[in-house]
Design a protein around this ligand. Structure first.
Ligand SMILES: *Cc1c(COP(=O)(O)O)cnc(C)c1O
Length: 365
């Protein structure tokens, strides 16, 4: 079977799934990324043979030779998405085609085999169907899906791997903010950067996260929740958080977000926010955004709201900002009206509570 063709998934149900009672107890208080469903999807690739052995099987450890290429040179990419129980009782994904496309572009940047988008979508559909009992009933909960792929060739030479293993695992998650949305405090890292022009900033690869962890640890040391990265070239412009894009809301209703120059991850939530904000009548400007501008406009009061966005938390208000030589507050430090409106609209579309006029929601099971 080759790239563009349909590959049938072989379904091998887990012979020893978690009991109904134990599953209910786990799903009732899942936390984030700690508990996993009974199954996983796997598809293999090898040069010459193409994609083969598509399966849904019992979730289990992967045996790995110590010379497996990904352990040495980090050829690895991933995606993050959520399956929701919708108002009509179905299970839906939000813009999964966009994740499938981004997975291919990440693979391209990392010199990896590009999984056909149809295969990506089928792997999710099959896994969600098998593990549908794991999707929380909680109106704030969801089943987090983690598609990923790594270089599986056993070889220490430095070149793109000739073999890849693609997998999808799934993890029930509770509300991102327990007890309601809370504005976060961010740390602006003036020492570490995340991505440089020509680098891998726009690919969703594990390596970008590895590069962000020291800065994130520094943010925690300074009592902050998340780190904000500046551009690597001049450290004058705001790029994004470790795993979320960022928007600035002005008193004239304009939204500003850093433009996609290759160093920023093109978020699907970011793209959806731009579309919704324009429909609400806001002007949305994609451009370079200076850290100095951020401080000055927060001080003058022209800057009213700032929020971060991504699949995990959807939209997170940013209440205050800390850096090496000071701290400032955005507005009154609470979640602003524009942030709240965008957040509830997006969440309501995702969960089928309001009409999906964009064709973003895909019922999969
Ligand atoms: C995944 C990710 C985002 C958010 O993307 P979504 O598609 O909205 O989930 C933003 N920044 C980085 C660095 C990411 O890895």
């Amino acid at each position: 079977m080759f790239g563009g063709e349909i590959l049938d998934f072989e379904i091998r149900p887990n012979p020893a799934p978690v009991s109904v009672a134990e599953r209910a107890a786990l799903v009732a208080n899942p936390g984030f990324g700690k508990i996993f469903t009974d199954h996983m999807a796997t598809v293999r690739y090898s040069e010459g043979k193409g994609w083969y052995d598509a399966r849904i099987e019992a979730r289990a450890p992967i045996a790995m030779d110590p010379a497996t290429a990904t352990l040495h040179y980090a050829q690895e990419i991933f995606e993050g998405m959520k399956a929701y129980r919708t108002a009509d009782g179905g299970i839906a994904l939000f813009r999964p085609e966009a994740n499938a496309r981004r997975f291919r572009s990440s693979a391209h940047r990392m010199a990896m085999a590009q999984l056909p988008e149809r295969l990506f979508l089928e792997s999710l559909r099959h896994l969600i169907t098998m593990d549908r009992a794991w999707v929380p009933d909680d109106p704030e909960g969801s089943l987090y899906l983690r598609p990923f792929m790594y270089a599986s060739e056993v070889f220490l030479g430095v070149r793109p791997s000739l073999e890849y293993l693609y997998l999808v695992i799934a993890s029930p998650v509770g509300p991102y903010f327990k007890g309601g949305v809370r504005p976060v405090t961010v740390w602006v890292s003036e020492e570490y950067t995340r991505a440089a022009l020509g680098g891998t900033g726009e690919a969703k690869c594990g390596g970008n996260y590895a590069a962000s962890l020291s800065a994130q640890a520094e943010a925690i040391e300074h009592g902050c929740d998340q780190v904000v990265f500046l551009d690597a070239a001049g450290r004058g412009h705001v790029e994004e958080l470790g795993g979320m894009n960022v928007f600035f809301v002005y008193d004239d209703g304009t939204l500003v977000t850093p433009s996609l120059t290759g160093t920023i991850l093109p978020g699907i939530t970011r793209d959806s926010v731009i579309t919704l904000a324009r429909e609400f009548g806001h002007q949305v400007v994609e451009r370079d955004y200076g850290f100095a501008e951020w401080r000055e406009d927060a001080a003058s009061g022209r800057l009213r709201e700032v929020f971060a966005c991504g699949t995990a938390a959807v939209i997170t208000p940013i209440g205050s900002v800390r850096c090496a030589d000071g701290e400032f507050t955005i507005g009154d430090g609470a979640c602003g009206a524009v942030t709240e409106h965008l957040r509830t609209t997006l969440v309501d579309i995702q969960r089928g509570r309001i009409a999906d006029t964009h064709g973003w929601v895909r019922t999969v099971a």
